[in-house]
Design a protein around this ligand. Structure first.
Ligand code: SF4
Length: 324
């Protein structure tokens, strides 16, 4: 059983607990950022400070004018589009080597989905919500990585998905630094149950890439695998798919169990299906039986402990699901 974890790198909005750099001279607290502090390397960035807008500063606003975004600072009656875009471009290279990003929601610079866009400059009317100037670049550059905002990560299901994805990418980055086919085969094998719960058909494509019947160079195989991995993890797993996977894992330990023990585990999986217990309630039970019967295949599965136990947090705001 492998319980060691890589140390993910996360790009993060600096105002989320790293600096009092908001327009009003404040900083914010984010529970998920605090939770992660001892386990990851954060790369804090603030595009508005980089753009020289100072602290405190008059707020900025995204305006849709002449079919494009103009970033206005109404109190100064000026456009800051060019300086902000330049700052965002300067920072985006920081995303290289990061496994994920946590950005500030609703910010005209950092937001990923919910910055307010106004129609016109002079008599602004709310038009729609969209990503901010920096958020747009991050989404493009880190398309497949674990990227979300601090508000959506108060939702239990989205946070669980984020953490799973973050650690998958951190593990993959670790083996991709010096790519070896043997390590890719082991990576794929240990993620089998997890990926089956996410996307069976994509998982099979990953298997074919790993088999490398075309005898491609190792670096090409890693590149193709990384692209497919992004597709495996593109959406949170569905509960039904996870239930099927849990029964698959159960099949590996069932033969030695008494009928009472079997029924107990089946009942526990069904409780998970009914959203009455968390996933860990089932995986710990399966893990205990795998230890008891020395089922190494199950014990090697990342599904049992996809991220450090200290990061498990069952609080759930219920927010954010509507924009999954
Ligand atoms: S939201 Fe982004 S630009 Fe605004 S203060 Fe935070 S880090 Fe800086």
């Amino acid at each position: 059983m492998n319980t060691s974890y890589p140390r993910p790198r996360i790009l993060v909005s600096r105002c989320l607990g790293f600096d009092a750099c908001r327009y009003d001279g404040q900083q914010l607290r984010s529970r998920v950022v605090e939770l992660l502090r001892d386990h990851v390397d954060f790369v804090p960035v603030c595009p508005e400070i980089e753009a020289g807008l100072g602290v405190p500063r008059p707020p900025i606003r995204l305006c849709w004018e002449n079919e494009q975004i103009d970033v206005r600072q109404p109190a100064e009656n000026r456009s800051v589009t060019d300086v902000l875009k330049k700052a965002a471009l300067n920072f985006i290279d920081e995303a290289d080597g990061c496994d994920g990003a946590i950005l500030k929601s609703k910010s005209p610079s950092c937001a990923l989905t919910d910055a307010k866009i106004y129609r016109s400059i002079n008599k602004p009317q709310f038009l729609r919500r969209d990503s901010g100037i920096f958020g747009t670049l991050v989404l493009r550059k880190m398309e497949n990585k674990a990227v979300d905002d601090e508000q959506r990560l108060t939702n239990l299901a989205l946070r669980e998905h984020f953490l799973i994805k973050l650690y998958v990418w951190a593990r993959f980055r670790a083996i991709a630094e010096q790519p070896k086919m043997g390590e890719l085969v082991s990576f794929h094998a240990s993620h089998k149950l997890l990926f089956l719960a996410y996307n069976q058909s994509r998982f099979r494509v990953c298997g074919k890439i790993t088999a490398n019947h075309e005898r491609l160079p190792v670096s090409d195989v890693f590149g193709r695998y990384a692209a497919e991995l992004g597709q495996v993890l593109v959406r949170p797993f569905r509960r039904q798919a996870m239930v099927n996977t849990l029964y698959h894992a159960y099949g590996w330990i069932a033969e030695h169990l008494s009928s009472e023990e079997k029924q107990y585990i089946i009942n526990t999986i069904e409780e998970y299906r009914d959203e009455r217990i968390p996933l860990q309630g089932v995986t710990r039970l399966i893990e205990a039986q795998a230890i008891r019967f020395k089922r190494d295949y199950i014990l090697d599965q990342v599904l049992l402990r996809p991220f450090p136990a200290q990061l498990s947090d069952l609080s759930d705001s219920g927010k954010g699901r509507e924009v999954t």
